[in-house]
Ligand binder design. Structure first.
Ligand SMILES: [Zn+2]
Length: 45
């Protein structure tokens, strides 16, 4: 099934690191984000 295939695809991607602080960024559905939640909330202020 395509769903299983896409899960395996995401698992094969190495953990991303925040471009701001280097913190490991947990993969989300919207995985285009390059900063961790903490830095993202800073940027929005
Ligand atoms: Zn960060």
């Amino acid at each position: 099934m395509q769903t299983k295939k896409s899960v395996e695809f995401f698992k094969s991607i190495p953990a991303k690191h925040c471009s701001e602080c280097g913190e490991t960024v947990v993969e989300q559905a919207e995985s285009y984000l390059m900063e961790c939640d903490r830095c993202l909330s800073k940027i929005e202020e």
